[in-house]
Design a protein around this ligand. Structure first.
Ligand code: KG4
Ligand code: ZN
Length: 339
């Protein structure tokens, strides 16, 4: 069978990204142009600025992805692109670019769900990983516990009722003065802190033992900070960060392992920006090892937004014959498993 090369494009939030992926698992190039420096000035992602920057950069990023892979558009078999969920204006830039290339070169077009991309990042470095497996997806916008029944076939068994895990990291980072982007900063400063210093709550959610809630934890951190301010107590930033991170990690690990035991999963993966978190990776690895469960996680660079993961997901759609047409549009609240 000849090789299949996918050119993938991702622009759902604040990274303009393009990649060339061979046979779904081999990354020939993975270009990520981050807008973090610009959005840092505003303390978070400004959607209008994100869209404008995507427009400025997308052509160069695609060109660079092709040249780094040492290929031209004539070598490409299909175009994969994130069409949701995400910021509508940001998504539109990638979708328009993908449609234009597909039309100009008469190539198949494949719309990819962003979260499906995150999950598929696990296929890239774990060549042996095949469905079925369970996956915890933790990003800035999502916290999902998912059963991956087959390629492209998902069942969500748990989700957050309020804030996503990444959102909680970002909000708490802002509250303790670390700024944006919060997750990586909390991860770093926590190494100097005592995770047992402050007893923050571990929320249990009524109705579904696999659902998550992080807004109570975020409020507990804010209350703690206000309490310290009122009493004139100096806050130890590293202790707050480490204690918060431990509370999030404990909940993510305990819910995941309850699901692993209940459903008898032998393979467990993590995905999404928060899965780059060193404490979460360590705790999950240990919990899986204790239960004899194979643990999979992408390298940190493939956990946060990138186009290689979109190329991996698009490949499995491509070989199953799934195609989008030129009516493909950005869908900001696209559900996992929905077409
Ligand atoms: O997957 P992602 O890049 O974008 C979305 O799809 O949302 O995830 C971004 C989220 C942000 O909330 C960011 O703070 C968080 O992932 N994040 C982390 C780490 N790196 C990124 N959270 C905790 N620890 C990290 N090392
Ligand atoms: Zn993402």
């Amino acid at each position: 069978m000849s090789d299949t090369l996918i050119l993938a494009i991702e622009s759902s939030c604040d990274e303009t990204a393009a990649a060339v992926v061979k046979n779904g698992r081999e990354v020939l190039s993975n270009i990520i142009s981050s807008q973090i420096d610009i959005h840092t000035l505003y303390g978070g992602v400004v959607p209008e600025i994100a869209s404008r920057k995507h427009i400025e950069r997308i052509n160069q990023v695609v060109r660079l992805a092709l040249s780094r892979a040492d290929v031209t558009l004539d070598d490409i078999d299909a175009i994969g692109v994130t069409y949701g969920p995400g910021l509508v204006g940001a998504l539109l830039v990638g979708v328009a670019e993908a449609k234009a290339i597909a039309f100009a070169k008469n190539l198949p077009l494949i719309g990819v769900h962003h979260i499906e991309g995150h999950i598929s990042a696990n296929y890239i470095e774990n060549k042996d990983l095949e469905p079925p497996f369970a996956c915890l997806v933790v990003s800035g916008g999502h916290t999902h516990l998912v059963i991956v029944r087959d390629y492209g076939v998902y069942e969500i068994i748990g989700r957050t009722r309020d804030d996503a895990a990444g959102e909680a990291f970002d909000k708490v980072a802002r509250a303790i003065g670390l700024g944006y982007p919060g997750g990586p900063k909390i991860d770093k400063v926590s190494r100097q802190g005592n995770a047992q210093a402050i007893a923050f709550p571990r929320a249990k959610v009524e109705g579904n033992e696999y659902d998550f809630s992080f807004s109570g934890l975020k409020s507990a951190v804010l209350n703690y900070l206000n309490g310290c301010a009122m009493k004139g107590i100096q806050v130890n930033q590293a202790d707050v960060a480490a204690s918060f991170q431990k509370a999030v990690t404990d909940v993510l690990v305990s819910h995941s392992m309850e699901a692993v035991e209940r459903y008898h999963f032998t393979k467990f993966a993590i995905a999404g920006g928060v899965s780059a978190n060193s404490a979460l990776r360590g705790a999950m690895e240990e919990a899986c090892a204790k239960r004899g469960v194979a643990f999979y996680r992408p390298s940190p660079i493939l956990c946060t937004d990138n186009a290689a993961m979109i190329g991996a997901a698009a490949y499995y759609d491509y070989i199953r014959g799934y195609r989008s047409d030129y009516s493909l549009n950005a869908i900001p609240n696209l559900k996992l498993g929905e077409r």
